[in-house]
Design a protein around this ligand. Structure first.
Ligand SMILES: *Cc1c(COP(=O)(O)O)cnc(C)c1O
Length: 441
């Protein structure tokens, strides 16, 4: 039986009425990938207020690796809600916070003693990783990447690369933020992979002469696979060279695993593909299966450098969110959802490669595990980004019951953030829709 079931046009009359209220009451700033209001969800499916069932291939923007309304997570949150919702960890601590810290210390790569700080959002995790790195090193400089995304608060936004919509009009930005070019092969103009990596490493070394001295840099914040930047996978040799440079100069290496984490790449964390042991790891999104929670996990000595009272917040590590995260991790481990990500990734690649063989607008297919994206171009030779096509494809797929999200600095990448609980049949059904809409465009 088909998963998608449309009973009205998308959006239906109830969604339209709610959207009118939304526009009257809420500023236009927050965007929507789809024009439907959700009633409930299960696994990879959402049912809207008009009774339409849609497939969500954005996984609630990357937060739902264990799917909508995962029963184990719902049960854990409900049980915690009956006991207490909040105390504030600074007022009176509680066990779930400690249990989650223990679990993340054990789960994250790095054969050294670790500690974990819990927060509310991805941006807050990045901000705190930078605070800790600055405190521990006594240095101010922070190095991010072109095409990188770190969130929307002042420091995170300063690190974020893409101007529109994230930065335009919101300055001045935080000082002492520097930006390395991301090793983005497809747009490098260098055909040979080895030559491209050599050039990228040379550029990285010269950056520390022409932009900032390494001795002034507290940390480098890197997404090993760009999230909002369009799922560009950093070459292993580049990452090793950067990590070696960080070690040589006492720079804290922060791996931002907010989008890559919790099985999406086919391993629990993307750093495992690189056999990298970062000093600090930031996590959020699929950590909480939709509950707002994030973490900074890393070397105990670094984490402990900050004085008592220097880190925290009213809600950081909220008990409901901790219960959700513990249940999420148990679910990921027991159901081997990282293995499932590899299987889903194979289907995605096979289907998209078949489409690309006939349709030259699919300029590049890339990713790790189920973290797969396709970059759409107007012409495979010029590689001019096909932003309008990408937007139109997302809109048309939503109208046919498949929620998609674009990515990339040029807005021309379709990225798949599948709930890893999706069945093969559901994935194939959604891909059929994408294929037919691409053909129609
Ligand atoms: C989403 C994201 C963030 C920001 O997370 P928020 O919870 O939206 O603040 C930071 N880094 C990466 C890599 C992300 O994908």
């Amino acid at each position: 039986m088909a998963a998608i079931e449309l009973r009205t046009a998308i959006p239906g009359p109830k969604s339209l009425a709610l959207m009118a209220r939304r526009h009257a009451a809420v500023p236009r700033g927050p965007f929507h990938a789809a024009p439907v209001f959700v009633d409930h969800g299960e696994g990879g499916r959402v049912v809207d207020v008009d009774g339409n069932t849609l497939l969500d291939f954005t996984g609630g923007l990357g937060a739902l690796n264990v799917g909508y309304a995962n029963p184990r997570v719902v049960e854990a949150v409900t049980a915690q809600a009956r006991r207490f919702l909040h105390t504030c960890f600074h007022i009176a601590p509680y066990e779930p916070y400690v249990a989650l810290a223990e679990k993340l210390n054990e789960l994250t790569p790095g054969a050294f003693a670790k500690k974990t700080l819990l927060l509310n959002s991805g941006a807050e995790a990045v901000e705190n990783a930078v605070k800790i790195a600055r405190y521990a090193t006594g240095r101010a400089g922070v190095v991010g990447f072109e095409h990188g995304f770190s969130g929307r608060t002042l420091l995170a936004m300063s690190l974020t690369s893409k101007v529109m919509p994230y930065k335009l009009g919101f300055g001045p930005f935080a000082p002492e933020v520097y930006r390395l070019p991301y090793p983005y092969h497809y747009r490098s103009g260098i055909a040979d992979e080895g030559a491209f990596v050599d050039a990228a490493i040379a550029e990285m070394k010269s950056f520390f002469q022409t932009h900032v001295d390494p001795k002034q840099v507290a940390c480098v914040v890197m997404e090993l696979v760009l999230g909002e930047g369009g799922f560009v996978v950093a070459p292993r040799r580049y990452v090793e060279a950067l990590n070696a440079l960080c070690h040589e100069h006492g720079i804290v290496f922060v791996a931002d695993e907010i989008q890559t984490g919790f099985g999406r790449t086919g391993k629990m964390f993307a750093v495992e593909h690189y056999e990298l042991e970062p000093d600090l790891i930031t996590t959020a999104k699929s950590l909480g299966a939709g509950m707002p929670i994030s973490a900074v996990t890393g070397r105990a000595g670094l984490m402990d450098s900050v004085h008592v009272g220097g880190l925290g917040g009213t809600y950081g590590g909220n008990p409901l969110a901790c219960a959700a995260a513990l249940a999420t991790i148990a679910e990921l481990e027991e159901k081997n959802l990282a293995g499932r990500a590899r299987a889903l990734g194979e289907i995605l690649r096979r289907r998209l490669a078949a489409i690309a063989a006939r349709d030259p607008r699919l300029g590049e297919l890339r990713g790790l595990g189920a973290m797969v994206a396709v970059e759409l171009v107007k012409d495979p030779k010029t590689r001019e980004p096909a932003k309008e096509l990408t937007g139109a494809l997302c809109a048309r797929c939503a109208a046919r019951g498949v929620l998609l999200i674009h990515a990339g600095t040029f807005g021309n990448v379709i990225r798949f953030l599948l709930p890893l609980t999706l069945s093969d049949a559901e994935l194939e059904e959604g891909l059929d829709v994408i294929e037919s809409e691409l053909r129609a465009l």
